[in-house]
Design a protein around this ligand. Structure first.
Ligand code: TYM
Length: 334
């Protein structure tokens, strides 16, 4: 049997996971976990690129880890770990920094967007963030990176850095490819349907968290911004709110957009919103039950994290040592 390809993806513990993260990433990870040699990482170092409360970050890292297991990731099939537990990520990042250009980083749209929000004191780490992401991916000789559309530019940069290094030295890194879901790759804000749903949005009505209770989900959907046409059909340009809800419905029911639209056209906006809410609630019910069970025993979660980090580290260190050697660092010796 052919060897399984390597797959890596990461998610920030910068807020409670939203249905954007779930339909854009996590649900897809759960589906493909048996087909690849998978590494999934809670990227806590990435979260520090913007201000974080230390206690909240610590708590959320634990919660996010539990939520990934509750969503269906198997600890036997995948390597599930916390980024800061594997120091090779920071170490490779430094080395890759030496092969990345300022011009490349300043073209990143996510940096441009996020730095505006930070005002005058933009952290150097925010600028350098894509290099840490490249290190995450390249350490595991990754073939495929399942992400939402918003990460495309970062994946392209990772490929450029890896290709550059391979040419300068000799083949060292696998050149990874992005892997984007057909539906759900871009779930939009419920309040501002032209920008993406984000877990760090200050307006709680803009997103649905995986922890939201059924009545909260219904309330947030009732308040979701739509339009005045009163006809349920998909038209991203002229009806971004309704189109987003159709996309969410399609993702929740594992359908394509056309079939989802066929099911709901003719409904009033109120009935359509209720239908979408019910589909989300149905998806989240078993996840929330399992999440509550997992969170009741933190010691077990910590043990899972340790096993995951040990497993990840064994692979990561092999790549790191190769890179250190190629660039001319003297081995420490035993
Ligand atoms: P993050 O934490 O913002 O999001 C995690 C995953 O969820 C996807 N996503 C969405 N998909 C659809 N609609 C949305 N509204 C939405 N919001 C988020 C993201 O595309 C992502 O797949 N830089 C990454 C984390 C990261 C990473 C990596 C990813 C760090 N290192 C290495 C892959 C490989 C990020 O901030 O994701």
């Amino acid at each position: 049997m052919a060897e399984k390809k390597n797959l890596f993806s990461g998610i920030q513990p910068s807020g409670d996971f939203t249905i954007g993260n779930y339909y854009g990433a996590i649900k897809n990870w759960v589906k493909i976990q048996y087909d690849y040699n998978c590494y999934f990482c809670i990227v806590d170092l990435h979260a520090l690129t913007v201000p974080q409360d230390a206690a909240a970050l610590r708590r959320r890292t634990m919660e996010c880890y539990a939520m990934l297991i509750a969503s269906g990731l198997s600890l036997e099939e995948t390597t599930l770990f916390v980024q800061s537990h594997v120091p090779a990520h920071s170490e490779l990042m430094w080395l890759l920094n030496c092969f990345t250009y300022m011009g490349e980083l300043s073209r990143m749209t996510q940096y441009k967007d996020k730095s505006v929000k930070q005002g005058e004191n933009v952290r150097a780490a925010l600028f350098d963030y894509p290099v840490l992401m490249a290190a995450d991916i390249l350490l595991y000789q990754t073939h495929l990176v399942p992400v939402g559309d918003d990460q495309k530019q970062h994946i392209e940069l990772t490929r450029d850095i890896a290709t550059r290094f391979n040419h300068l030295y000799s083949p060292t890194f696998e050149i990874p490819e992005g892997y984007y879901p057909k539906t759900g790759a871009r779930i939009m804000s419920l309040q501002e349907p032209t920008s993406k749903m984000s877990k760090s949005d200050t307006n709680e009505n803009a997103f649905i968290s995986l922890k939201d209770a059924p009545d909260t989900i219904v309330r947030k959907l009732k308040r979701a911004v739509t339009d005045s046409e009163a006809a349920v059909h998909y038209d991203e340009k002229n009806k971004p709110g309704i189109s987003n809800l159709i996309q969410i419905y399609a993702s929740a029911c594992d359908m394509d957009i056309e079939n989802a639209q066929r099911e709901v056209e003719g409904l009033s906006y109120a009935d359509f919103k209720l239908r979408v809410a019910e589909a989300i609630i149905e998806n989240l019910k078993p996840i929330q039950a399992e999440y509550a069970r997992l969170m009741s025993d933190k010691a077990v979660l910590e043990e899972y994290m340790k096993v995951g980090a040990d497993k990840a580290e064994r692979t990561a260190v092999k790549t790191l040592r190769k890179v250190q050697k190629k660039v001319g660092l003297v081995p420490r010796g035993r």
